[in-house]
Design a protein around this ligand. Structure first.
Ligand code: ZN
Length: 336
């Protein structure tokens, strides 16, 4: 259900915008929310906000909804987010059932002509969805972490580029140019990743939060286990005992926890299996502060991949030599 009361106001704003700047936007049925004709974009998790910012730069207003450092899988937006969503022209979400409460709120509050775009669903076909321990098939929620695989993150960027070029044709060239540059940076990053990963004796991952399933497939890693059960509770004592055996058998030097999910259980598994417990991986909490170069999707992934390579006895120097650079000014709003 949409909030029809907003339609006439938005229409009026569009007319004012056309008079003021004489822009040739066809309105796409809904028109633009801001007085200066800039498109209003909402996003959900911070890595998606950063990918969108790399494409749209300073040509549109980008606002993230999910605060960094919260559990994005159980996140429920405050009622005040309804207001933000009612002003959006487009909402980019991950999809794959990651942000259902936000999606629902958007469905109820989007103005006429505004759209919700599920990047993950447009990136891979359903038969490529992955299900596993934390995201079992019977739960109906596929593993949603496509963005930790740079080849798939690049597809997100491509979808945003194409979508924005249609909504805002005046800036299509700018978006295409940013996408070209972003794609070159990701190719370079991909090469640095492969070089660093080749030095790891055993590319085997045991994580707390199961964020690397697609990444593992693309970069020839094996996810030997994830500890977080699908309801985000701690595993049972029986499951813990199994995991300790599994870690011992695998013979990996380190297991990985996540900053967002402190896990005494993983610490216990590490201690009892006598392996290092590295608890700093992140899947959607960007390093640094907004405005800093490392506070970006690229900064996030570089940090994680260096951490994994080092802890598993590889040489991360190719990744350390890779310079993080975002291709467009990041003026997005990241709620903290
Ligand atoms: Zn996650």
């Amino acid at each position: 259900m949409k909030m029809l009361r907003r339609t006439s106001a938005a229409g009026l704003v569009l007319i004012v915008a056309l008079l003021a700047v004489g822009c040739g936007a066809d309105g796409d049925g809904g028109g633009s929310a801001s007085a200066d004709g800039r498109l209003q974009i909402d996003t959900t998790v911070a890595p998606i906000t950063s990918i969108v910012a790399n494409i749209v730069g300073d040509r549109a207003d980008v606002k993230g909804i999910v605060p960094e450092g919260t559990n994005s899988h159980t996140f429920e937006p405050q009622p005040s987010v309804a207001e933000l969503l009612s002003e959006a022209d487009v909402v980019y979400i991950n999809g794959l059932v990651l942000e259902e409460p936000t999606k629902e709120l958007a469905d109820q509050n989007l103005k006429d002509g505004a759209e919700l775009v599920e990047l993950g669903i447009l990136t891979i076909p359903e038969e490529e969805y992955l299900y596993d321990f934390s995201f079992p098939e019977e739960g109906g929620k596929p593993n949603p972490h496509l963005w930790t695989d740079p080849t798939l993150a690049l597809k997100y960027a491509e979808i945003v580029k194409n979508d924005m070029s249609e909504r805002d044709p005046d800036n299509a060239e700018y978006y295409a140019d940013n996408y070209e540059q972003f794609s070159e940076v990701i190719d370079e990053f991909d090469a640095a990743m492969r070089e660093a990963f080749a030095t790891i004796p055993k590319r085997e991952l045991l994580t707390y939060h199961d964020a690397y399933a697609y990444f593992a497939k693309t970069y020839d890693w094996e996810v030997i286990g994830a500890i977080q059960v699908s309801d985000f509770e701690d595993p049972t004592p029986g499951e813990i005992a199994d995991l300790i055996d599994q870690v011992k058998e695998a013979g990996v030097p380190a297991i990985f926890g996540s900053e967002v999910f402190p896990s005494p259980v993983l610490e216990q598994i590490g201690r009892e299996a006598d392996v290092e417990y590295v608890d700093v991986l992140r899947d959607d909490d960007l390093p640094g502060e907004p405005g800093e170069e490392e506070h970006s999707w690229l900064g996030l992934m570089r940090f994680d991949f260096i951490t994994m390579t080092e802890a598993l006895g590889g040489d991360p120097s190719a990744l350390e030599a890779f310079e993080i650079r975002n291709v467009a000014p990041d003026e997005a709003l990241y709620p903290q």
